[in-house]
Write a protein that binds this ligand. Structure first.
Ligand code: GLN
Ligand code: ZN
Length: 767
């Protein structure tokens, strides 16, 4: 018998099957448990995690994939890249310092008052990391032995693991400096000795392999970065010739970095064969014979059962050629991005459930594949048959395919994505219809989701509040909010979104084709997890989703009430998406469903309809070359959703992250009559893109930073508006906050919005 193929996970969810780490962290932050208890919970979760992998047939088990908050923050701490404000000098880094970097400190303890480090999205996932911060002349020193400690902890429990480190080049590239002239890559020479120290300690403790993640290899890279990679791995190989490095790349294809990756003196290379399914032949053709290839064949970013037979068809020749000991099987990327265990789902539709695989199930799939490749398909015949049967059932299921939806899709014409008249004509008609003052004021949609609102929702979900009682509660909340908006003097009102749990889930629950889990949590950041909807089938809208609420709200006021919808691109980007049709097709289906809702809102009398595309920008592909295709179908989807209305109906849209420099033409192509964006913290500099593009439609640049509890003064907002007026014509400008107000408290919102209205009035009067 040939030796068995090794099965790796690259990393696992660390939050726990029932979010045990979240509970423990939040209890610790609230001073309800101490450090000892927190550390015990963490150790138990790690031990369970190792045992779970072993039981599922994983043979290359990772260590140091655990984190109290974030693996990039852990790396900053490991190498002593701890900004001065956190008060750390030398020696071990306390949890206090660590969490001060993660969450900010309020002038207590050793860290003193300090803001949290900046947080941003991890590649194109919905995970967020803490941005490393460097200074000119940055010094690095080994400040935390966590990586080595966790390797030894596993060893003591009887697990021989492959420890994981974030690679030094990706680490530096993810970092930033307040000094714009500092290129973090120039710090490489200073950084490498610390990594070497850690690697030496792994080796000294008996590690044969280490996994080093360099996901930057799937990005567009310049020569300096490629040089840095060559230098790094040369140094590692020279210093530790017998320590084997599995260099992990994921989230895409290596493309023009393939030669660089294959030239590095490492023992193994992991490639993503899901996102980069086309790269296998190139990798095989070019990989040196002795290189161990870790093949990422199971999707680490999605929830579908794999087509095991098809994967085997591809892998069998590879294994025949390279040998079982030079191939490993793995998910495309760390399992951090999938929910833990499908078996925790008791209420999922049985058919849908039978099509899914979460983390534990994916490990099982890998181990099935491994056995099939080592011992022949017959050795796992029942598992392969079950996989094929599930796939066949899914392909044929009427729950997935709706002929009416495909017919409708086929009948879409280019005209459907066009408003009836160009913007200037619409604007004139809308101006006449609404008669709004200069600098009209509005908000983005949600008002505070107070403890009472959340309590009522929970009570309703449990059956403790009847539908009628819950409805009455929501109406009262809505009416009160409308009265207040009138009193404070807003020009265009919203109903407040009290009936919505989440801007995507609310719509997913009303559209056909979506399923929801009870425990399908995926890590977002820190202790925060999200449960993305699962888009499994053709999307349609059985009945109106928001018309009732809009109608009720408008009946309470004479001022224009915006209809409030989430756009197709955002619904898509924040869901697990089916893999049996292209994303563009799924998006178009959602667009048509939203289009129906827009039509019904208009029919009911809605004069303005806002279609939020908060996640449009974050869906941008990692490689520039792919942007055009994405923006092409994404913008068309928005236009399909929004263009079916009369010229007099005003379409609004809203976006959160508003760095639009590089996609301003696409933003303009959305042709929304009004777009509201997040700009207050950028001092309106984000408007430069709109200015140089001569963006013609109306814009509401946020003047109130809703991420902060601080109430901005009137003067701050007039100053911001002055900056906006330097960039845009007065007639283009709206006045609104950066985003929805659901996370704020009424005590902050009331004075902030009053000041905002005052700022707009001041400008009007001075005009
Ligand atoms: N209308 C939504 C709200 O106000 C928009 C939220 C968002 O852009 N993230 O909450
Ligand atoms: Zn927003």
């Amino acid at each position: 018998m040939s030796s068995s193929i090794k099965i790796a996970t690259l990393g696992t969810p660390r939050i726990g099957p029932r979010r045990e780490l979240k509970t423990a962290l939040e209890a610790y932050w609230a001073h309800k448990i101490g450090e000892k208890e927190l550390r015990e919970t963490a150790a138990r979760l790690r031990a369970d995690n190792w045992a779970r992998q072993k039981a599922a047939g994983v043979t290359v088990i990772p260590s140091n994939d655990f984190s109290f908050y974030d693996q990039v923050l852990d790396t900053s701490v490991m190498v002593g890249a701890i900004p001065e404000v956190y008060g750390w000098k030398t020696g071990g880094v306390t949890l206090g310092t660590y969490f001060a970097m993660a969450r900010g400190a309020h002038g207590e303890g050793s860290a003193g008052g300090a803001p949290a480090q900046e947080m941003t999205k991890w590649f194109d996932t919905n995970y967020h990391y803490m941005v490393p911060e460097f200074t000119a002349g940055q010094r690095f020193t080994l400040a935390s032995l966590k990586a080595v400690d966790e390797y030894r902890e596993a060893q003591h429990l009887g697990f021989e693991t492959r420890p994981v480190l974030l690679g030094p080049v990706t680490f530096l590239k993810l970092g930033k400096s307040k000094d714009p002239t500092l290129d973090p890559l120039t710090l490489l020479d200073a950084l490498l000795p610390v990594y070497l120290d850690v690697l030496r300690r792994f080796a000294a403790n008996g590690a044969e392999w280490v996994q080093i993640d360099e996901p930057c290899l799937v990005l567009d890279l310049d020569d300096a970065t490629r040089d840095a990679l060559r230098k790094t791995y040369r140094r590692f190989a020279d210093a530790l010739p017998s320590l084997k490095i599995m260099l992990a790349t994921y989230f895409g294809t290596l493309g023009d970095n393939l030669d660089t990756a294959l030239s590095l003196p490492v023992a193994g290379l992991h490639v993503d064969l899901v996102r980069g399914s086309g790269q296998l032949d190139d990798v095989l053709a070019k990989a040196p014979r002795g290189l161990v290839l870790s093949l990422g064949v199971i999707d680490g970013r999605n929830v579908w059962r794999a087509n095991l037979a098809a994967i085997l068809d591809r892998l069998e020749p590879v294994v025949a050629k390279r040998g079982t000991d030079h191939v490993q099987l793995a998910p495309s990327c760390s399992l951090l991005h999938t929910p833990v265990d499908l078996e925790l789902e008791r209420d999922l539709d049985a058919d849908v459930k039978s099509w899914l695989a979460f983390g534990v199930q994916k490990m099982g799939e890998l181990s099935t594949l491994g056995r099939a490749l080592s011992e022949g398909r017959a050795s796992v015949a029942p598992a392969l048959e079950a996989a094929s049967a599930a796939l066949a059932a899914r392909r044929a299921s009427p729950k997935v395919h709706d002929a009416a939806v495909s017919q409708r899709l086929a009948a879409v014409t280019p005209e459907m994505a066009l408003r009836r008249s160009p913007y200037p004509e619409r604007a004139a008609l809308q101006r006449r219809r609404f008669g709004l003052p200069l600098f009209p004021t509005t908000t983005i949609g949600s008002f505070p989701q107070t403890a009472e609102v959340r309590k009522a929702r929970a009570a309703h979900a449990k059956g403790a509040l009847t539908d009628a009682e819950y409805d009455a509660f929501l109406r009262e909340e809505t009416t009160r909010t409308i009265r207040w908006q009138e009193e404070v003097g807003l020009d265009v009102l919203v109903h407040g979104e009290f009936e919505r749990n989440d801007m995507v889930q609310y719509f997913g629950e009303k559209l056909s084709g979506f399923a929801f889990t009870k425990n399908g949590w995926v890590h977002s950041y820190g202790s925060r997890c999200v449960r993305p909807p699962i888009l499994y089938g053709d999307v349609s809208r059985p009945e109106p989703m928001t018309v009732g609420w809009w109608h009720y709200a408008q009946s309470q006021t004479d001022r224009p009430m915006k209809g409030m919808l989430t756009g197709p691109v955002t619904i898509l980007n924040w869901s697990f998406v089916r893999d049996d049709v292209p994303r563009s097709v799924a998006c178009r289906q959602i667009a048509l469903a939203i289009r129906d809702e827009v039509a019904d809102l208009e029919k009911a009398g809605a004069p303005m309809i806002q279609i939020d595309e908060a996640a449009l920008r974050e869906g941008l592909p990692l490689r520039r070359a792919d942007w055009k295709t994405y923006l092409g179908w994404a913008i068309t989807a928005f236009r399909l959703a929004s263009s079916g209305v009369a010229n007099e109906t005003q379409i609004h849209t809203h976006m959160c992250y508003s760095e639009f420099n590089d996609i301003i033409d696409a933003i303009a192509a959305m042709d929304a009559d009004v777009i509201s964006i997040e700009t207050s913290r950028s001092k309106m500099e984000l408007l430069d893109a709109f200015k140089s593009f001569k963006y013609p439609n109306e814009i509401g640049p946020g003047v109130y930073d809703i991420h902060s509890p601080r109430v901005p003064a009137v003067e701050e907002m007039t100053t911001l508006l002055k900056l906006a007026r330097e960039r845009l014509a007065d007639g283009q400008l709206w006045v609104n906050p950066d985003c929805g107000l659901k996370t704020r408290r009424w005590e902050e919102v009331r004075p902030a919005i009053a000041n905002m209205v005052a700022a707009a009035r001041e400008l009007r009067e001075r005009n």
